[in-house]
Design a protein around this ligand. Structure first.
Ligand SMILES: Cc1cc2nc3c(=O)[nH]c(=O)nc-3n(C[C@H](O)[C@H](O)[C@H](O)COP(=O)(O)OP(=O)(O)OC[C@H]3O[C@@H](n4cnc5c(N)ncnc54)[C@H](O)[C@@H]3O)c2cc1C
Length: 385
């Protein structure tokens, strides 16, 4: 659970503490009991979004005038943590609220914000962002999807893959080239509303090594016509810069989830090794166990302090891309390493799905890949040296 002392950051208020209580109750009652069922069906229930919207848990950091909670990023952070503390990787909430809604908030004009944000805040729309394609992920300048101007419309063609919330999304921010001859300068962000949209098709909800309850899909666009008012930003060709500006928040979101998952894994494992006996004594009594957990607790504390500080910087508008990259790579690598050690301390039971550490271990692997791979994070840091 949350290390209260280390998490007593400058942005914590009584209101935020109360919000945490509400978020915790919601995760414990509406999320935790459904995890296995969602794993089987491959997605969360659609109604979850609306329930969360009714309670003000969707888009907590979007201004109230657009139907949001009117808070700052600290509110998204609390939701990410409380979701992680019930071991849930299925719900693409932080992507919907902390990423997709923020693209519209930052780059939408007032008409666009009035049109789309209230629907994201209520849960009427589920949000997704479609950057990755079968041929390119890390190299976003190489996307091949196109959005070509035709009168008052754009015509979108292309294929996207690995898209979180893809099956349920009612609104998708699509990364496409309005100028296919340009590299980064040709990239634009186009908002697509999916209902009844001719030429738009959802492909498979992909089967994965972990995160079985998360909807991760293929999307197809074949001569999809959307009005030019769907472009985010004042002009075409700004998409790459817009992506670069928002990615630190996305990476911090991943890092916050990582440290919270580490904290949960350590709580579960500490309880287990105190109960489980081998050679006539609790597994906790072996020095190897104590040292493994002592080292991991120390790293979890370092990670906690780092994400708290990064969150303060983000809220102050000062989190730079290299620092966010440090948080993302280090914490997700640590998450995988520590969760693996925790599984080991469970012995054979750790590999059994009835023990939550098994799920935490499976789900931790992808954290090093999405949101920009950890190799790309090191490239970003390296460039600033
Ligand atoms: C569960 C899941 C959910 C996802 N959700 C979304 C989503 O909602 N929206 C979305 O758009 N995408 C999403 N993704 C895609 C994800 O962001 C990409 O998979 C990721 O960015 C890597 O791209 P890639 O898979 O094409 O790998 P590649 O770019 O092909 O990379 C392959 C390998 O090469 C390495 N590599 C590449 N370039 C360099 C370099 N310059 N230096 C060193 N090494 C390099 C990479 O680190 C990696 O190890 C998701 C992926 C998964 C698995």
């Amino acid at each position: 659970m949350l290390n209260e002392l280390l998490a007593e950051s400058s942005f914590v208020t009584d209101e935020l503490r109360m919000f945490r209580e509400t978020a915790r109750r919601f995760m414990q009652t509406e999320v935790a009991p459904n995890l296995l069922r969602w794993d089987e069906q491959g997605h969360v229930d659609r109604a979850l979004w609306n329930k969360a919207g009714e309670l003000g848990l969707l888009c907590a950091s979007i201004p109230a005038e657009y139907g949001g909670g009117g808070g700052d990023f600290a509110y998204e952070k609390v939701l990410i943590e409380e979701q992680a503390y019930v071991g849930c990787s299925s719900w693409g909430l932080s992507l919907h609220a902390g990423i997709v809604a923020h693209y519209i908030l930052h780059y939408g004009n007032d008409d666009q914000k009035q049109r789309w944000l209230p629907k994201l805040c209520s849960g009427e729309y589920v949000g997704a962002i479609a950057m990755t394609e079968p041929g390119t992920g890390s190299d976003l300048q190489a996307v091949r999807a196109t959005a070509i101007a035709d009168g008052d419309d754009y015509i979108i063609n292309g294929q996207k893959v690995f898209i979180t919330n893809g099956q349920q999304a009612g609104l998708i921010v699509v990364v496409a080239k309005t100028d296919p001859t340009g590299n980064g300068k040709g990239v634009s962000l186009i908002v697509v509303e999916t209902e009844g949209l001719a030429g738009f098709r959802r492909g498979r909800n992909l089967e994965k090594a972990g995160m079985h309850g998360q909807d991760t899909s293929e999307l197809f666009f074949e001569n999809v016509r959307v009005p030019k008012t769907s472009l985010l930003g004042a002009a075409e060709g700004m998409g790459f810069m817009q992506l670069m500006a928002q990615l630190p928040q996305e990476r911090l979101i991943v890092a916050i989830g990582a440290v919270a998952s580490i904290e949960l894994a350590l709580d579960l494992t500490t309880a287990y090794v105190k109960e489980r006996k081998a050679f006539g004594k609790p597994v906790m009594d072996f020095q190897n166990t104590r040292f493994t957990l002592a080292e991991a607790r120390t790293e979890a504390a370092l990670g906690r302090v780092f994400v708290e500080r990064c969150s303060e910087l983000l809220i102050a508008g000062k989190l730079d891309s290299a620092t966010a990259a440090m948080a993302k790579w280090w914490l997700t690598d640590k998450q995988f390493e520590i969760t693996d050690d925790c599984l080991q301390l469970h012995g054979g039971y750790g590999y059994m799905d009835e023990y939550p550490i098994s799920r935490l271990w499976r789900d931790s692997r992808v954290q090093r890949i999405y949101g920009g791979t950890n190799e790309i994070m090191k490239e970003l840091i390296g460039r600033t040296l």
